[in-house]
Each structure stands twice: as structure tokens, then as C-alpha cells.
Write a protein that binds this ligand. Structure first.
Ligand code: ADP
Ligand code: MG
Length: 245
């Protein structure tokens, strides 16, 4: 039996005005797979990732995510975004809500989950990401690493089938990076399907099933970590690795 691709890009191209930022992207992500996307700044990593939950549209090609056809004129973005969670570099938490309320807002509003049930679940999620003692803390009083773990917990509250991460540790002080990567590693271990934009090559090596390297809107290298790190074939991927490793 073949494992189904739950994200399927087929010749997806996107322009902002006259600037083409994605060129005929072909990419499949299977259930439970962890794909790391890397590449230079401006290469299209965020744009590619944002297409997956409909935060960006594209002009040509097709993209299927779970049961959603993202090039269809009429898209059910609300349902899609329940199924595809996203974690951003800058957390995007609600500053005026404490940790529990940050987590329970969407389940209560979108799903109609009862407060008590949503809060029980939120407490469990906070424990899972290692900040069980921060339930009534506001984001402004959390460290960067704790904020990002709260953002992950908030996404998980919707029971997503896929999680997208766009440079989740880039805004963090170095000593807080590993606490976030550890939570992501555990999520991968638990079988979550993940697309992760990151420059953390240690994480990529350890957790990714596949690494995709973007350059100027094109996938120029796609390989398993071992191959990617020891024998990249594309010159631009080699250059990139020589600069960051
Ligand atoms: P990366 O995440 O790899 O740094 P992005 O996907 O953010 O790259 O950007 C790819 C290209 O698209 C860049 O040249 C960027 O300037 C451009 N771009 C991104 N978002 C917009 C936008 N909203 N309007 C115009 N150009 C954009
Ligand atoms: Mg980006």
C-alpha cells in the first residue's frame, strides 16, 4: 500500500506583481513525514509554506492539501486552517489574553467547545510543551522560548493534521532555541506531518525525513538528510551549507 501524499504541489508558480517568487514547484509531503525547507533569505520559503494554508494564493499549477483543492475558486479556508496549524517566527500570540485563553479561544469560537473542556485540554497541552506552570501568565511575561511553546500548544488545540513552522526559532535568544526544537522533535516523534522552515541544521539532520533547498523560488536540491549534508549535488546548496555549517 502506498502512503498518501497529504500535501501535493504540482507546478505551482507565484508572482508578486511582476516578480516571480515560486517557479513550478513540485513537492509532495506524505503523512507523518517531516520536511525541512531551507535556502537563502528571499528564496521563497515563507511564500511556499504560506500557500499550504491559503495565506498566499498562486497563479498557476495546482496544490492539494488533505482534501482541499487550493486552486479552486471557492475554498473553505476556515476548515483548511483548522486542519493545518502554523507557527510563526514572531509567535503571533494574543497579548491581552493569558496562556489558557490564548489556547482556548479558537476551540471555543470556531469549534464551539465548552469552556471547561477547552481549558482542561489547554492545561494538558501546556504540560506537554513544558510550561504547565504558566497557565495564567500573559505572553508579555513569558520568555521567547516559552512564548513559542505556547504558540505551538495553541496550534495543537485545534487537532491539526499538519503543522507548518516558519523559522520558529529565528527570533529567540540562543539558549532558548533547543527548548523549542525539542518540543518540535517530540511532535515529529508522535507522528505529526510537518513542514519546517529552519536554518537549524542539527534539527534538520536529526528530525527531517527530507530536506528541500530553495534558491530564487526553485527547488534546486531535495534529499534525505544524510545525502543532503554529505553529498549535496547543487552548487548553490553546497555554497549555502559551507556558509552555515
Ligand atoms: P524567504 O522566506 O525565503 O525569505 P519569502 O517567501 O518571504 O522568502 O519571499 C520571497 C520573495 O518574495 C522575496 O523576494 C520577497 O521580497 C518577495 N515577497 C514576499 N512577500 C511579498 C509581498 N507580500 N509582496 C511583494 N513581494 C513579496
Ligand atoms: Mg521567510
Amino acid at each position: 500500500m502506498t502512503i498518501q501524499s497529504i500535501i501535493r504541489f504540482s507546478k505551482v508558480s507565484k508572482s508578486f506583481g511582476t516578480a516571480q517568487v515560486l517557479h513550478e514547484i513540485d513537492l509532495n509531503v506524505r503523512e507523518r513525514e517531516v520536511v525541512v525547507v531551507c535556502g537563502p533569505s528571499g528564496s521563497g520559503k515563507s511564500t511556499l509554506t504560506r500557500c499550504i494554508n491559503g495565506l498566499e494564493t498562486f497563479q498557476t499549477g495546482s496544490l492539494r492539501v488533505l482534501n482541499h483543492n487550493l486552486n479552486a475558486a471557492k475554498k473553505n479556508l476556515r476548515q483548511l486552517r483548522c486542519e493545518v496549524g502554523m507557527v510563526f517566527q514572531n509567535f503571533n500570540l494574543y497579548p491581552h489574553l493569558d496562556a489558557i485563553d490564548n489556547i482556548t479561544l479558537a476551540p471555543r469560537l470556531v469549534r464551539g467547545t465548552a469552556r471547561r473542556e477547552a481549558e482542561e485540554r489547554a492545561h494538558a497541552l501546556l504540560k506537554r510543551v513544558g510550561i504547565g506552570d504558566k497557565a495564567r501568565e500573559f505572553p508579555g511575561r513569558l520568555s521567547g522560548g516559552q512564548r513559542q511553546r505556547l504558540a505551538i500548544a495553541r496550534s495543537l488545540a485545534m487537532d491539526p493534521k499538519v503543522m507548518l513552522f516558519d523559522e520558529p526559532t529565528s527570533a529567540l535568544d540562543p539558549e532558548m532555541i533547543s527548548e523549542v526544537l525539542d518540543v518540535m522533535g517530540e511532535l515529529a516523534q508522535a507522528g505529526m506531518t510537518m513542514v519546517v522552515v529552519t536554518h537549524e541544521m542539527g534539527f534538520a539532520r536529526k528530525v527531517a525525513d527530507r530536506i528541500v533547498f530553495l534558491d530564487s523560488g526553485r527547488i534546486v536540491e531535495e534529499a534525505e538528510p544524510e545525502q543532503f549534508f554529505t553529498a549535496p549535488t547543487d552548487r548553490r546548496a553546497k555554497d549555502f551549507l559551507s556558509k552555515i555549517l
